[in-house]
Write a protein that binds this ligand. Sequence first.
Ligand SMILES: [Fe+2]
Length: 275
Amino acid sequence: MKTKSNNSLKNINKDIEFYNKNGYLIIKVFKKEDINSFENLIKSKVDKVIKKKRWKLKFYHDHVNKKNNTKLTKTSKRYINVNKKILNRIKKNKKISNLLKFKWSHSNFVIPDQNYLLGKTNTTNFTRINKNEVPFRIVVPYKKKYSISAAPPPHVDLNAGKVIKSNNRNKSPICFTLWTPLIGFSKKYTLQVAPGSHRIRHPINRIEKNSKYISPVFEKKYYKKFKFRRFNLKKGEAILFDVNLIHGGTENLGEQSRVNLEFRLYNQNRIGLSS
Ligand SMILES: [Fe+2]
């Protein structure tokens, strides 16, 4: 018994050590049935824009045109609501809760509404923010020209909603992103991250001016000095990463349209105090 608990303590420490060094962890979070239900929820949202019957989300690129794709990419309705069962999958995940406890000294998170994420709200009212709205993203294969606006260049989520903040490295991160692929699990599809970049205080003046993306993106001259990696993931695995980790600029090099969810786990004790 003692050996078992010693071993799990060792594993927790290993994860935290890895996270501190690299700024991300790959974690098995969801079941296959969860992934399928996410896909159905997204499909029914997309169906409202693409008014066709009987089509598959992985062939999204065969059914959209530039106008529809832009409409879907830009809308503030680009999210699904997740239920309690899904929240519990995240809450009960040992790797996630251990990391949150280590960083926040508790593991209570909030998944906020779009207004909060887009920096369009002044409210600090917890129940108004706590809506479990999870943005999705669909990126068509690279060879299709209109893929560009759906895959933002490298950035940090700390600046999401155009609220530009300089990170204070001594502070614990206010939020973690759980990047979850639904279609496209190989390196050709998955999110590109720059390991270790979360440890740097990224200069605000290296953010591109007049960016058309929701997350202010870095100038090419700045991000090109970082080394990026992509991963082969399994269905149900996700990348949990630091709000100050550089990621993005991830072209879809596969044949199918890439679909993923971005869960934002905000520190419940600080959500009203984030600005
Ligand atoms: Fe991002």
